[in-house]
Write a protein that binds this ligand. Structure first.
Ligand SMILES: Cc1cc2nc3c(=O)[nH]c(=O)nc-3n(C[C@H](O)[C@H](O)[C@H](O)COP(=O)(O)OP(=O)(O)OC[C@H]3O[C@@H](n4cnc5c(N)ncnc54)[C@H](O)[C@@H]3O)c2cc1C
Length: 588
């Protein structure tokens, strides 16, 4: 075969020289045909040439990791400072704050843009529109399926708005308890950013008796609705100290957005704008200041220039499958802890064959989640727990601080919770006939505690590229491989049992343990001081590529037992200040 190819190559070369000599296409074609004595031989040669070039073309397509290649459009006429990938909690903040610092920013978001008052008004069906619906593969001993958002606004479209601060010890789990790992930053590093975001984003509630320090929030706490009062009373009887936690849902009109009307559909998107979303806060201001948002645009590669050792921009596919390239001085990934590692792995190149910015081999490793249990209580009188916002009208944090007498490390919190009717009905399982009827009529008599614990980091909990499953674009999807550690199981079980005890203390006639699952995704591109064991430094800057930043929950070292978004935003805001400083010093 090789011999044949060489002969073919020699033959074409000789003919080309002759062609140049004679400078006549007609003469050349005539001579070529004359040398090929029989028509079958001519056909075979032509087929071989076609085959040869098809192989080269296919290899090229594979190397570029996509099926449909169309015309590249270099869209910008002006040089851009920063590309932000993903428009969620951190993306919106990063775009707004960079724009305030004078950077020109393009944001690229794979989901659609919604008009909340029209597209998301008051229906459970909407939650499907605003959650990530593309395929992912979940595997491992205990499958963890963290929900995530999609659309302009990202995870803040379906989120429930809980905004607690992490505690000092959450950043030092190894030095305080010998588990997990210490972060390269501290609570004090983030405290000014927590404060700023609570004001800019809009948070209502109390810091509670167990907060890392005493702080006040810009809006008063919401009044607990009846079910939350019943749960709080039971918690007090059992010796706990319930309070109304920090929530990014307006209790009064704030920053041009109205107070909550307590319709109870927070997870389906807020039609009034009372719930803070990236789209309705940071991003709205960023766009007004000139930030360009490209929606329905899936970034499938971060481009890298090996001669400069820098990223140069990104390539994305629009909804019609057409490819575009955008270049910028800086690329910031805020695509969340499942899609950011996927994108880096998809962007493998000769310099980084195992994934861009992955010389440490840790991209996609140490996937963190919160092991949780739902515990339902059914009461004699109706308590209408569906009224008011869905989660965290009351919180119990008494069992959060680690206690050496426990047979587990770290801790948990309890948050009041109630699901919307169809989600509740879906839990009916095997009930039929009278049992099913009873289950449904219990809805207005039922409330829940959501026990939310800390899951510890493990190198074998990972996001990788699935070798088989591809999305509709032909691109490998994220594959999550997970197994809870012994400590995760124990601390979550302690949370579950405490929730059941408090529910009984509230007077529930029936206590039922519901689902056990993993909430929130974090930690797949963790930060650290050592480039051999972490992906970014404490300012979210890649150890390998200085103009590449990762500013989302991927950078978490441990997950704490608390809702993660405020802390991710605080870390991102601190990274923006760093970027502005080093940019001024000419270091970017
Ligand atoms: C139902 C629900 C309730 C929640 N409630 C709470 C809560 O009460 N408190 C809390 O702290 N957290 C909560 N969370 C979690 C919270 O939403 C996330 O922690 C937070 O949004 C993460 O922010 P992020 O910036 O890392 O990513 P996200 O906000 O998830 O944004 C990432 C964005 O990137 C886009 N994207 C992904 N890949 C690409 C790509 N290749 N190209 C272009 N765009 C891409 C996605 O479409 C998405 O819009 C909840 C989540 C859900 C789903």
């Amino acid at each position: 075969m090789i011999k044949m190819m060489i002969m073919l190559f020699n033959y074409i070369t000789i003919r080309m020289f002759e062609f140049i000599q004679k400078n006549s296409l007609g003469w050349q074609v005539g001579r070529l045909f004359a040398h090929l004595e029989t028509p079958p031989l001519l056909i075979i040669v032509l087929l071989l040439i076609i085959w040869f070039f098809t192989q080269i073309f296919q290899a090229f397509l594979l190397a570029n990791n996509f099926k449909k290649r169309s015309v590249l459009s270099k869209m910008q006429s002006q040089p851009i400072d920063v590309i932000v990938v993903g428009s969620g909690a951190c993306g919106g903040l990063v775009a707004k704050e960079l724009s305030d610092h004078g950077f020109s920013v393009i944001m690229i978001e794979s989901g659609k843009r919604f008009q909340p008052s029209v597209d998301l008004s008051n229906s459970e069906a909407n939650s499907g529109k605003i959650q990530w619906t593309e395929p992912r593969v979940y595997t491992g001993k205990h499958q963890v399926i963290p929900k995530s958002g999609m659309g302009v606004g990202g995870g803040t479209l379906p989120w429930l708005g809980l905004m607690p601060r992490f505690h000092q010890a959450d950043f030092k789990t190894y030095s305080s308890e010998g588990v997990g790992e210490d972060w390269p930053l501290t609570y004090d590093d983030l405290a000014p950013y927590y404060l700023k975001i609570e004001r800019d984003f809009g948070v209502a509630g109390d810091c509670g008796p167990f907060s890392p320090e005493s702080y006040s929030l810009p809006m008063p706490a919401h009044r607990m609705s009846w079910h939350a009062q019943v749960l709080a009373e039971g918690a007090r009887k059992a010796g706990a100290h319930p309070f109304v936690p920090p929530t990014a849902i307006n209790s009064v009109e704030y920053d041009g957005r109205p107070a909550c009307i307590y319709c109870g559909w927070c997870g389906s998107g807020c039609p009034t704008g009372a719930k803070a979303t990236s789209q309705g806060t940071y991003l709205a201001k960023a766009e007004a200041a000139g930030v360009q948002v490209i929606s329905e645009a899936f970034v499938h590669r971060v481009n890298y220039d090996p001669s400069a050792g820098r990223v140069t921009g990104v390539a994305y596919l629009d909804s019609a499958g057409k490819e575009h390239e955008v270049s910028a001085r800086l690329v910031i990934l805020t695509a969340h802890a499942m899609e950011t590692p996927r994108l880096l792995l998809l962007s493998a190149c000769p310099t980084f064959p195992d994934g861009l910015a992955n010389s440490s081999g840790t991209v996609g490793k140490y996937l963190l989640s919160h092991p949780t249990w739902q515990v339902f209580g059914t009461f004699d009188e109706p308590i209408n727990a569906y009224k008011g916002f869905q989660m965290g009208q009351v919180m119990v944090q008494d069992y959060y601080k680690p206690n050496p007498r426990n047979d587990y490390a770290r801790g948990f919190v309890l948050l009041s919770y109630m699901m919307t009717p169809v989600t509740y009905a879906n839990l009916s399982g095997d009930f039929v006939g009278a049992d099913f009827k009873q289950f449904l009529s219990d809805y207005s008599h039922t409330a829940a505690w959501w026990a939310h614990a800390e899951g510890l980091p493990s190198e074998t909990n990972t996001v990788t590229l699935d070798p088989q499953v591809k999305d509709h674009r032909g691109i490998p999807v994220a594959r999550l491989t997970t197994e809870w550690l012994d400590n995760d199981i124990k601390v979550a079980a302690a949370g579950r049992d405490k929730a059941a005890e408090l529910m009984e203390a509230s007077g529930a006639r029936k206590v039922r343990v519901g689902l056990n699952y993993g909430a929130h995704a974090m930690g797949t591109c963790r930060m650290g001081n050592n480039p051999a064991s972490s992906v970014v430094n404490e300012y979210c800057q890649s150890h390998d590529i200085k103009n590449l930043f990762i500013c989302d929950t991927s950078v978490f070292v441990t997950g704490s037992g608390l809702n993660p978004t405020l802390t991710a935003m605080a870390i991102a805001s601190r990274a923006v200040d760093y970027i502005a400083t080093i940019s001024q010093q000419g270091e970017l």
